[in-house]
Design a binder for this molecule. Structure first.
Ligand code: NDP
Length: 315
């Protein structure tokens, strides 16, 4: 049968390109989990996604209630859930002050990590129940959270510290808007959220791979310098970033190519290994990449998991 894949943030950029690649393969039905229904419907149509190859279901990751409602709605579709892709993200590099989700968490970590954490934990039940031969839960990572790379060493660097801000509720009270409890920095909050994404994928693998057979994976699809992710950056940055990535760092990848890469992680029979962070070399061949010390710290992964459980009401 056709597989069913939930993709968060499928209204633009990487999520949309992946949804399109999967839908066009004829082997997948895509559940586009998005906060803006009309934008998503227009984007799917403009991308030429075949009619009947997708269903749009409302999801706002900045609200835990919305995440719970999404899970209910998706179960009512009466379609098995075979793959879940946690892709949506916000990036606020120029924000001077933190903003907060409906539950009062700093926005970048609240959306990119905590919203997805609850979603993934809930949908694990559905993945378990599916009879699909290769079930997968994919959490999109990034090079910028990996301080063992050049890009990851551009300040401000990711650093979760001793997690005191997360433990205090990440609610901005007494400077707890950042995971490490330091002063708010929007660019760093994004990178920290990506470290949480990569730690969470590995913790899922350790806790659930053997029991469930689900493949847990993360990836860095390349620098997709043209997506909406950079919408809040200053205009000069947005003008110079794509050519800089194309001609200087040569890390640039088109949205279409990045979508094909993520679609491989969803469906390629050869990419079933669990606990892996995939990257691609210049010839577009995938390989298992090394994570930074912090992004592969098992003790930190366990602590982030336990603190996140408390914040989203699972513990
Ligand atoms: P885009 O900004 O194009 O896409 C982000 C998506 O997330 C949009 O669909 C957006 O919805 C959605 N989103 C944002 N906030 C919420 C929310 N509260 N609830 C639900 N959905 C939300 O960025 P990209 O495609 O570049 O980013 C996709 C992923 O790729 C991210 O995880 C990012 O970290 C990762 N990545 C990107 C790289 C790049 O170079 N661009 C490099 C490495 C990783 P809406 O359309 O409504 O705004």
């Amino acid at each position: 049968r056709t597989g069913n894949a939930v993709i968060t943030g499928a209204s633009s950029g990487l999520g949309l390109a992946t949804a399109k690649a999967l839908a066009e393969s004829g082997k997948w039905h895509v559940i586009m989990a998005c906060r803006d229904y009309l934008k998503t419907a227009r984007a799917a149509r403009a991308a030429g996604m075949p009619k009947g190859s997708y269903t749009i279901v409302h999801l706002d990751l900045a609200s835990l209630d919305s995440v719970r409602q999404f899970v209910k709605n998706v179960r009512q579709l009466d379609m098995p859930i075979d793959v879940v892709v946690c892709n949506a993200a916000v990036y606020q590099p120029t924000a001077k002050e933190p903003s907060f989700t409906a539950d009062g968490f700093e926005m970048s970590v609240g959306v990119n990590h905590l919203g997805h954490f609850l979603l993934a934990r809930e949908l694990l039940e559905d993945l378990k129940a599916s009879d699909y031969p290769s079930k997968r839960l994919i959490i999109v990572g990034s090079i910028t959270g990996n301080t063992n790379t050049l890009a990851g060493n551009v300040p401000p660097k990711a650093n979760l510290g001793d997690l005191r801000g997360l433990a205090a509720g990440l609610n901005g009270v007494g400077s707890a808007a950042m995971i490490d409890g330091a002063e708010f920095d929007g660019a760093k909050a994004y990178k920290d959220s990506k470290v949480c994404n990569m730690l969470t994928m590995q913790e899922f693998h350790r806790r659930y791979h053997e029991e469930t057979g689900v493949t847990f994976a993360s990836l860095y699809p390349g620098c997709i310098a043209t997506t909406g992710l950079f919408r809040e950056h200053v205009p000069l940055f947005r003008f110079l970033f794509p050519p800089f990535q194309k001609y200087i760092t040569k890390g640039y990848v088109s949205e279409e190519e990045a979508g094909k890469r993520l679609a491989q992680v969803v469906s390629e029979p050869s990419l079933t290994k669990s606990g892996v962070y995939w990257s691609w070399n210049k010839n577009s061949a995938s390989f298992e990449n090394q994570l930074s010390e912090e992004a592969s710290d098992t003790e930190k992964a366990r602590k982030v998991w336990e603190l996140s459980e408390k914040l989203v009401g699972l513990a």
